[in-house]
Write a protein that binds this ligand. Structure first.
Ligand code: AVI
Length: 319
């Protein structure tokens, strides 16, 4: 039986060329860089799911614990008749903690990885037959546009996992401001935010002993090799992640093990030995710095929950 997932193709016509364009631009920049949104092909999305299970990566299990404990409060604030929209829905696992209690009318999962999105929303439709399930493949890092044929009456946007941390504070302010603009009065944003903490705990989370984060980082080069005309060899690079305290962010880099020239789409790029390709920032907030950010985007913070060790936080921002 075909499962009833309403699929909305939101990808821009330029989507396929964006890895090519951004890789050519980022490798020519100094220092070299590429956007973390390119981590998430099917293999990258699977590796990310594995990261979430690593003992050092406290983020996922802590957020799930907070959501389970706060579920009743959240349902009370959000109210009935909700249309639930999940940004960066991935495996759509955390949203299950809200579905039974909230009993939303509809669910829209938005993710950049199309086949992963389809598999997980189909699973959701099978497990919650009463729910109208929608899926939209879109890159909301540029601009979030809800599908025209998805009616929202009383929306709750769910943005878990501290994915907001992968935007610079300026970009995060812009994205929150945009969400504030598209939400009708009474709508809400439930958002997970990772907190500043001990350097050792932070650095261990991005340098897990099983090297899954390293494989996730290096997979980006594999993707360039597979999808573009490129001779880049992931085995000639190594994973590096550290806490940049001044900017309050974990930085991930791929470090060239040796001096080398690589080509992408006929263009040649030189790496010195030890030179970095900056692949990701993961900003960490304090409760105060995040509340300030949310306020500056026009939101009122009507609920805030943390775990006993203040590792992670979940915020309900009211429009
Ligand atoms: C998706 N995002 C919130 C993750 C993070 O922690 O910044 C991505 C990640 N990168 C390495 N490990 C996990």
């Amino acid at each position: 039986m075909a499962l009833a997932v309403h699929f909305h193709d939101q990808t821009q016509p330029t989507h396929e060329s964006s890895l090519r364009d951004e890789a050519l631009e980022g490798f020519a920049a100094s220092p070299k860089r590429i956007s973390p949104k390119f981590f998430y092909d099917r293999r990258g999305s699977e590796l990310f799911e594995q990261i979430c299970l690593q003992p050092e990566y406290y983020v996922t299990r802590t957020e799930e614990k907070i959501l389970a404990a706060a579920a009743n409060d959240i349902l009370e604030i959000a109210g009935p008749q909700t249309d639930l929209i999940e940004l960066g829905s991935g495996a759509s696992r955390k949203v299950r903690l809200l579905l039974e209690g909230l009993r939303p009318v509809s669910y829209l999962g938005i993710d950049i990885s199309e086949d992963f999105l389809l598999t997980s929303t189909q699973r959701l439709a099978a497990d919650y037959p009463w729910l109208e399930v929608h899926a939209a493949c879109a890159d909301f890092s540029d601009e979030l546009k809800l599908p025209d044929d998805f009616a929202i009456h009383h929306p709750l946007v769910f943005f878990p996992g501290s994915s907001i941390g992968n935007f610079t504070p300026l970009e995060a302010r812009k994205l929150l401001g945009h969400l504030h603009e598209i939400l009708p009065p009474g709508g809400g944003l439930l958002i997970g935010v990772d907190l500043v903490k001990d350097r050792d705990v932070l650095e261990a989370a991005y340098n897990d002993r099983a090297h899954v984060t390293a494989a996730f980082n290096l997979n980006l080069l594999q993707r360039i090799r597979q999808e573009l005309d490129s001779d880049i060899d992931p085995s000639r690079f190594t994973h590096r992640a550290f806490f940049n305290e001044q900017d309050s962010r974990i930085e991930m880099h791929l470090i060239s093990r040796e001096a080398q020239d690589i080509t992408i789409e006929g263009q040649r790029f030189h790496f010195d030995a030890g030179e970095s390709l900056h692949t990701e920032n993961s900003y960490k907030y304090t409760l105060k710095s995040f509340a300030d950010l949310a306020n500056s985007a026009g939101f009122d913070c009507s609920g805030q929950w943390t775990d006993a060790q203040d590792l992670f936080s979940v915020h309900y921002l009211q429009r």
